[in-house]
Ligand binder design. Sequence first.
Ligand SMILES: Cc1cc2nc3c(=O)[nH]c(=O)nc-3n(C[C@H](O)[C@H](O)[C@H](O)COP(=O)(O)OP(=O)(O)OC[C@H]3O[C@@H](n4cnc5c(N)ncnc54)[C@H](O)[C@@H]3O)c2cc1C
Length: 323
Amino acid sequence: MNTALMECFDTLIIGGGPVGLFGAYYAGLRDMTVRLVDRRQELGGQITAIYPEKWVYDIPGIPAIRGKELYQNLCAQIEPYHPLISLNDEVTLIRKNRNHIITVETKSGHIYYTKTVILCLGMGAHIPRKLPIENIEEFEGKGIHYGIANLETFRNKKVIVVGGGDSALDLALTIADVCKDLHLLHRSDRFTAHEETTKKIYYSNAEIRTFSEIMRLEGTEHITHALVRDTKTNNIQKLEVDEIIVAVGLLFNLEVVKTWGIEMEENCIKVDDYRQTSLHGIYAAGDIATYPGKMKLIGTGAAEVIQAVHHAKSYIQEKFPFL
Ligand SMILES: Cc1cc2nc3c(=O)[nH]c(=O)nc-3n(C[C@H](O)[C@H](O)[C@H](O)COP(=O)(O)OP(=O)(O)OC[C@H]3O[C@@H](n4cnc5c(N)ncnc54)[C@H](O)[C@@H]3O)c2cc1C
C-alpha cells in the first residue's frame, strides 16, 4: 500500500490570466507553496487570447506596454518562485473537508490538495459574443476576428471594427496606423470606453459610424463586402472590407463554477473586504470577483489578489498550525 501523502499546497490559483499570474508572484513573495491551473494551453488570460498586440497604458510605473510584453513581464516576475503550473486542464470541482483541506479536481482527472484556493477565473472561458448576422458562421476564419493576434494580418487592409466599449476602441486604435482603411461601427452614439480612448479614436482617421449594424456578409473564399444598415434611417450601404474585428464583449461560461456552492451575483463571485468568498479559505480576485464599486481592470485585479493572498496566509496560520 502506498502510504505517501500527496503535497498539500498553501494555495491553488485557478486561472493564469494577469491576475492569477500576479497572485502566483505575490504568494511566492510571501513564502507560500503554489500550484496554478489554467484551462488554456497558454498563460496570460485575455491578454494573450485577445490583445497581445494592443498597448496597455494603465499599469503603475509603466507608461505604455504591449499586451505580449506585459505577459512576458508577468512570467518573468513569477519565475524566481517556480510555482507549479498545469495548463490545458480545467478545474471542475472544489470540495472542502471537515479539517479545512480543500480538494480540487480537474477535467483530466488530476486531484490536488490545498489549504486555500484563489479563484482568478476571469469570465470562465473566453467565448466572444457573436454578432447576430445570419451568415456569419460561413466567414468564421475567413476574415472574422475576435481580437488581434498578429498586427500583420491587418496591414494595408480595409478593416471594420464592431463595438463601442474599451475593447473595440482599443483594438481599433491598435490597427489605426497599420491598416489602409478603418471603419468603427457602433449601434448607438454612446461610447463606453475611457474618455481618452474615445478622444483618440475621434482624432484618428477612422470613419466612425454610429447607429450602424452589419446585416449580411459577402464573399467566397474570404469576406469581400459587408452590408451595413443605418438603424435610424434604415439605409443600407455596401462596404468593401478585408477583415472584421468583432469586439462586443465576452460571454460568461461559468456553469461549472455554479456547482461549487459559492455565492454568486450576476455571473460573478461575491467577495468580502478580505476578498474571501462565501466559503472560508476560498478567495476570488480579478474579473470574476465582485463587490460594491468593482472595476474590471488589471490594476484592480492585481490589488485584489494581493489582498486575497495576504488574508489566505493569515487564514493558513490560524487553521493549519501543524501542517
Ligand atoms: C480587448 C481588451 C482590452 C483590454 N485592455 C485593458 C487595458 O488596457 N487595461 C486593463 O487594465 N485591462 C484591460 N482589459 C481588461 C483585462 O484584460 C482584464 O481585466 C483582465 O484580463 C482580467 O484578468 P483575470 O486574470 O481576472 O482574468 P482573465 O484574463 O480572463 O484570465 C482568466 C483565466 O482563467 C482561466 N480559467 C477560467 N475558468 C477556469 C477553470 N475552471 N479551470 C482552469 N482555468 C480556468 C481562463 O482560461 C483564463 O486564462 C482589456 C480587455 C479586453 C478584452
